[in-house]
Design a protein around this ligand. Structure first.
Ligand code: SLL
Length: 259
């Protein structure tokens, strides 16, 4: 018996959906120390999984692209020193807020919507409480927020039809599909937030844009050129040094081998 249409996998199609995940932590000071925090705790922190930050039509308030149409729930596995260390977050915002004293690795497990037929996927995040880049002393003195945020993409290879429809439903997926997906893009319409499409340009609040991506590629190309030039310069230098050495060996003889 053939499989029902909705569970048929779309051959040659790959869809990726971007998201960000990470942590924010802030040290307590006498003014903001939560009363219920154990005495050895020093920081308040949050671990989260979100869509790509965007802003509303007024270009101000920060929102995120919707990821809940493909991401059903998220499990955060905290350090064993926490009571109920496994936290299942059943609806957005997918985040856990806690207080603590130490840094540790958090396992983040993604459960996809049931229509997807996809197995859960896990990634890791190292919770950062202490400043680790930039002017560390200044941040410590100011008790600044410590952020550690990563961009990632989940790749759905050959999704089942029902899930493909959910992923692309009503949204513009151009640039989001690879392989033979071109044909299937005919239902693409002007964007709603479902697509999680990375915006082309920045409006001042969003960090991830196609424009930034292309600038970054330019920077990488520039850097690669520079490195190539440095290698060439070193080679020229090496040839010159070898010449000098050969000259010296001619006039002074070969150096004696050390015992
Ligand atoms: C460290 N390897 O030694 C790490 C462990 C554990 C963090 C960090 C509080 C738990 C609680 C907490 O911050 N645990 O008391 O609820 O740095």
């Amino acid at each position: 018996m053939p499989a029902p249409a909705s569970s048929k996998r779309l051959r040659g199609i790959q869809i990726h959906r971007p998201f960000i995940f990470g942590s924010e932590a802030i040290p307590f000071d006498t003014a903001n120390r939560p009363r219920d925090a154990p005495p050895d705790h020093t920081h308040r922190w949050r671990i989260f999984v979100r869509g790509i930050p965007i802003s509303n039509s007024a270009g101000q308030q920060q929102q995120s692209t919707d990821i809940s149409h493909w991401l059903r729930k998220v499990q955060f596995k905290l350090h064993d020193t926490y009571a109920n260390s496994v936290r299942m977050i059943e609806s957005p915002p997918f985040e856990v807020e806690e207080t603590g004293w130490g840094e540790f690795e958090i396992a983040i497990k993604f459960y996809f919507v049931p229509e997807s037929g996809e197995k859960p996927q896990q990634l890791w995040h190292a919770l950062k409480l202490h400043p680790y880049m930039g002017d560390i002393e200044k941040q410590k003195a100011e008790k600044a927020m410590v952020k550690s945020v990563c961009y990632e993409e989940v790749v759905f290879s050959e999704p089942v039809e029902a899930f493909y429809d959910i992923l692309t439903g009503g949204g513009d997926t151009r640039g989001q599909t690879k392989g033979k997906a071109g044909k299937a893009n005919k239902n693409a319409s002007s964007g709603n937030l479902k697509t999680a499409e990375i915006p082309t340009r920045s409006n001042g609040t969003n960090i991830w844009t196609r424009e930034e991506e292309s600038k970054e590629l330019d920077r990488l190309r520039e850097a690669a050129k520079k490195v190539e030039k440095m290698i060439m310069d070193e080679k020229v230098q090496l040839v010159a040094e070898e010449k000098k050495l050969a000259q010296l060996e001619k006039t002074e003889g070969k150096p004696m081998k050390k015992r």
